[in-house]
Design a protein around this ligand. Structure first.
Ligand code: SF4
Ligand code: SF4
Length: 464
């Protein structure tokens, strides 16, 4: 099978998939879970339960807080103990519903059997509503509500659905494991999304370092009754799983600055999202579980794990169950080493998008002493967005927001390829991330001002 990839930039970190051979284990339930109301992109969800209420597993406990938002369900059965702010992994206060666990009684109508359901409902609108009602969000990192992404604005047409099975971040193996262990469910999920999008071509992209997953999908495709779905081997190159990089590799099209994938006819969904879509539509199961990897270079092989966890379980519970924080762990990360977020609060609860607890040693997190830029250009060669990180860094230091916008700081995908490549150890990612935040703020304020001006003009027109 030929291998494809994106053309601009990229790096080749050691993939370190240490937990790849560890089958998914079901994590036991803790005594208490804390369900975040802000575990998706967009407006936070609004609780619809009260302290003292009894809830069942899979019962709706929070409604969507806006158009871009998602509902939230109880991951356990028990009693609501509190609804209050609690620190997330970064220490930021977020409203959580605290539920004490009492048994595991599931809400009615959820099919918990392993029976594979391959017949797809006919009604596109009903499918979208089911995905929305089950609180499905993108599990590849962005946690964008899936029902919104699968319903492009009038006038735009999906030509290709790309399922992201690249899992290009080092260490992470949960997507690999579900590709092996839930192969057919993922494909049925893809067929459901394909139907919702009007029957477009579908490509399941998997990096070449996972040949077993590629073969499992290829074989399953021959055994399932769907057309126009193929598996594609991708070259191992970071960030192959980036939305724009996947589209470039699979469709040979570039998504313009500030544009959405649908502008070039693409919709990208993660393989874990596809599994969640299958469970929602075919099993009526809300998104209350996901798979995460406990891994790192300071964990011995026998302590590397992939767990099926209930959303809301504290990270500290998982860490303890997996044997505690290993000796030599200098840094804890949620996500991969390139794009993940430092865990500053291990008591934080897992959320829909949690993908790992990654323990990294001092040796692998140590940054060399920063020195002056030697103008080698390696950061620009590595940037998959075609940016000039050395220039953005200089403009950030000069506080030149106008030039930062003109040089597309807002297009940075925060992949870290520039930082990884820089021989002068300049904190390019940190600085460019800050610059991007500033430029995005300016762009948002400008858009809001333009909208307000247009509304005022319309209102004046109506008066005259
Ligand atoms: S972090 Fe941003 S600037 Fe750096 S390589 Fe990635 S996209 Fe380019
Ligand atoms: S890689 Fe580092 S040293 Fe080389 S041009 Fe970029 S910022 Fe300068």
């Amino acid at each position: 099978m030929s291998k494809i990839t994106f053309k601009i930039g990229g790096v080749h970190p050691n993939d370190a998939k240490l937990a790849r051979d560890r089958a998914i284990e079901v994590l036991p339930l803790p005594q208490t879970v804390y369900v975040s109301m802000a575990q998706h992109l967009g407006a936070p969800a609004k609780p619809i339960v009260a302290v003292g209420d009894k809830v069942k597993t899979g019962q709706l406990i929070a409604e969507a807080g806006g158009f871009i938002s998602a509902v939230v369900h109880s991951p356990v059965s028990g009693t609501v103990k509190s609804i209050a702010p609690r620190a997330d992994i970064a220490g930021k206060p977020v409203t959580h519903v605290e539920i004490s666990v009492e048994g595991d009684e599931w809400a009615e109508g959820i099919d918990l059997s392993d029976t594979l359901v391959t017949e797809i409902p006919e009604d596109r609108v009903a499918i979208l509503k089911k995905i929305q009602d089950c609180g499905v969000v993108g599990l590849g990192g962005a946690t964008f509500p899936t029902h919104v992404k699968l319903n492009p604005a009038p006038g735009s047409k999906a030509e290709c659905l790309i399922l992201n099975g690249a899992e290009c971040e080092p260490y992470l193996t949960s997507d690999y494991r579900i590709l092996l262990e839930k192969t057919k469910e993922i494909i049925v999920g893809a067929a459901i999304m394909q139907k919702v999008l009007g029957g477009c071509h579908t490509v399941i992209g998997i990096e070449e370092n996972k040949p077993e997953a590629i073969e499992a999908v290829r074989k399953a495709l021959t055994e399932l009754p769907y057309n126009n779905i193929e598996v594609q081997s991708l070259k191992k190159k970071y960030p192959q799983g980036g939305e724009k990089q996947l589209i470039a590799a699979v469709m040979g099209r570039e998504v313009g600055s500030g544009a959405l994938p649908i502008s070039v006819g693409a919709v990208v969904q993660n393989v874990a999202t596809s599994l969640a879509v299958y469970e929602a539509v075919q099993k009526n199961k809300p998104l209350i579980t996901n798979t995460l990897t406990v891994t790192g270079d300071c964990l011995p092989l026998e302590r590397q794990h992939n767990y099926l966890f209930r959303i809301g379980v504290p990270l500290s519970f998982i860490a303890e169950y997996a044997g505690g924080i290993p000796e030599g762990a200098a840094k804890l990360i949620s996500g991969g080493p390139m794009m993940g977020k430092a865990i500053s609060n291990l008591d934080a609860a897992t959320v829909k998008g949690s993908s790992s607890i990654l323990y990294l040693s001092e040796a692998s997190t140590r940054r060399g002493t920063e020195s002056a830029c030697i103008r080698c250009g390696r950061c620009a060669q590595a940037c998959p967005m075609g940016l000039e990180p050395f220039l953005l860094n200089r403009l950030y230091k000069a506080g030149d927001n106008e030039a930062l916008e003109a040089n597309a700081a807002q297009d940075c995908i925060e992949c870290g390829c520039c930082l990884y490549s820089c021989p002068a150890n300049i904190p390019l990612l940190d600085n460019i991330r800050m610059a991007k935040g500033t430029v995005m703020g300016i762009l948002r304020a400008r858009a809001a001002a333009a909208k307000a001006a247009a509304e005022a003009a319309k209102s004046n027109e109506n008066k005259n």
